[in-house]
Design a protein around this ligand. Structure first.
Ligand SMILES: [Zn+2]
Length: 172
């Protein structure tokens, strides 16, 4: 399972996948369980704290998390049903946008409902790092990247940096 990364060039297939909305998973079966486990493994290999379906080319509503101090978690067909009014800013990165980090403002606490890989529904109240990771991964299911949540001037600067990295990679 390979992680798809953003490319700073026009009509990139990768960018399209990362920008698409995902579909509900109708049946939580062995295939989904296998996919979920592969996603947990890929996240671990990439040393990420979360990974969502579109990042591995899967346009389905599934993501996994492993926030610091937390256990690995699998979320299938999630919905964020509550967010706190209080927001906080914290630095974020993304396995699909290597080398870029930026402060992103998000609600401090959330409540999420989802199904686990056993097909069991659960409700989770999260705060701190876990709440942030969940919101970041949930965004992926909607085709939203963390760079969409920062102001335009800062985003331009970051993407410019990404372009330079790409050029350097191609040169070397
Ligand atoms: Zn991400």
């Amino acid at each position: 399972m390979e992680i798809i990364t953003l490319e700073n060039k026009a009509d990139s297939r990768n960018d399209q996948v990362l920008r698409e909305k995902t579909k509900t998973i109708k049946d939580i079966n062995d295939e989904i369980r296998k996919t979920a486990q592969e996603m947990v493994d890929a996240m671990r290999r990439g040393r990420g704290v979360g990974l969502a379906g579109p990042q591995v080319g899967l346009l389905k509503r599934i993501f996994v998390t492993h926030a610091e101090g937390d256990k690995p978690r699998i979320f299938i067909n999630p919905s964020i049903v509550w967010t706190s009014q209080e927001q906080g800013a914290h630095e974020e990165g993304c396995l699909s946008i290597p080398g870029l980090w930026a402060d992103v403002k998000r609600p401090e606490r959330i409540t999420i409902q989802a199904w686990n890989e056993k097909g069991r529904a659960f409700t989770l109240e999260a705060s701190g790092m876990l709440a942030r990771v969940i919101q970041h991964e949930y965004d992926h299911l909607e085709g939203i990247l963390f760079i969409d949540r920062i102001d335009e001037a800062r985003r331009e600067k970051l993407l410019d940096k990404l372009g330079k990295q790409e050029k350097r990679k191609r040169a070397g």
